[in-house]
Design a protein around this ligand. Sequence first.
Ligand SMILES: O=C1O[C@H]([C@@H](O)CO)C(O)=C1O
Length: 555
Amino acid sequence: KRSSTKVAHFKWEVEYMHWSPDCNEGVVMGINGQFPGPTIRARAGDTVVVELTNKLPTEGVVIHWHGIRQMGTPWADGTAAISQCAINPGETFIYKFIVDKAGTYFYHGHYGMQRSAGLYGSLIVDVAEYKKEPFHYDGEFNLLLSDWWHKNAHEQELDLSSKPFRWIGEPQSLLLNGRGQYNCSLAAQFSNPPLSQCKFTGTEQCAPQTMTVQPNKIYRLRIASTTALASLNLAIGGHKMVVVEADGNYVEPFSVYDMDIYSGESYSILFKADQNPSQNYWISVGVRGRKPNTPQALTILNYSPTSSTKLPTSRPPTTPLWNDYYHSKSFANRIKAWRGSPKPPTTYNRRIMLLNTQNRIDGFTKWAINNISLSLPVTPYLGSIKYNLKNAFANSQPPDSFSPSYDVMRPPVNPNTTHGDGIYMLKFNSTIDVILQNANALADNVSEIHPWHLHGHDFWVLGYGEEKFTDKDVVKFNLKNPPLRNSVVIFPYGWTALRFVADNPGAWAFHCHIEPHLHMGMGVVFAEGIYRLKNIPKEALTCGLTGKMFMDRKH
Ligand SMILES: O=C1O[C@H]([C@@H](O)CO)C(O)=C1O
């Protein structure tokens, strides 16, 4: 039988709301009165239409559909100043795109610090009608992970843009499906420092969502992280997890007892409810990669018919030490493409080496790529390239590499950098290798984790390595079964190599998914094949030079 595709139509209003995500009242950016926003559920091949009305009184908004490649619809990618103009207060923009590949995705604001403000939700694509997943399960759960600060996103943004620099610090809470507990713990008897026991009626905005399972059944847990900062580790007390999907691509199944999840990544795991059914179990999520100062997020895996309010008697799983990078790397290296996945081209046309450094501009703290800190222009690249508007952005491309004598193990000798809005123009259908090179930050003996996310494409992760990448490292590339993903991390003082085909006409952000880092300039933009696009909706481009152009042409 042939499957019939549908249109999934949504009308959304984005607005600020008083909310208590972690039992402490603050302000969140919600959608239709919900936080997190509504879950979109569609089948592979369906068209998703979201009519988005901006009800924020005085600021623009856009939404990025993270992991959806937007083949042929680059104006629906939801990146302010790259794929579209921010939607003004009171205005409605129609996002219309096809979800072509089953998997676990999410959406989030892509303007300023609107992700930190809580603008996000889940997007789940089921296999097409009459198609089957390549694994069996009896039920499924969805877990959207995020981090939450008590300081609002506007103050965070100002702090990051201040001289002297004010770092936003570690989050106050981690949220599971938008729910966390700041001033109490579900596992008070095990908490250190001591916290009081949380008591919930279940109707509180911060009450945990428990997951109820039937003994001996198999469940799929969909996990996605939209954190602004935190790298996370998830475990289900006493249960083995089999990883089967990463970023909307199947992976060769492998089992673990805990897993790392960086901002921008999504996974599916399968677990069997094979433990003693008279008990309940902890699902715990803790911080990795940065010295933590945030309690674990907890919820309960409840075995039917045991009461869901019965607390597990054991201690929640211990999150691996934040700086146990050996553990992180062994997890990362176990992720391999599923047998049926497309293979990468065996050679590349262009290699772009991207050096990641922390820098300064006139005393402001920045991040830079090949010594340029990204600052976005007024006119979205998609429009200024399509209409060949001069002076919309720098006309020279940023460099394809950095000085071979740069010492990645030491703080920068000259920490100063410059702003830039130049972008990489890629030949349509060419194969691009990117080597992301990590380095020492401004302080001695500090190099941080950065999860990089590419818009508009999946890439093959060819490998990870230590210290400075050299040509000799090419022999270590995995061309046999590299996983296809849209997000990948660089480890401290290490490099990560990836390959993709520039086959999707558009202008695409490629950036560190840590929101404050992107805000501080940690990203680049790739553009390819824009001349091939026929009709870009004018509503996407009615600002800046394209806005003027449309106004000048009297219709
Ligand atoms: O961008 C960052 O700034 C701080 C620190 O480097 C300076 O305060 C930090 O931990 C970051 O990730």
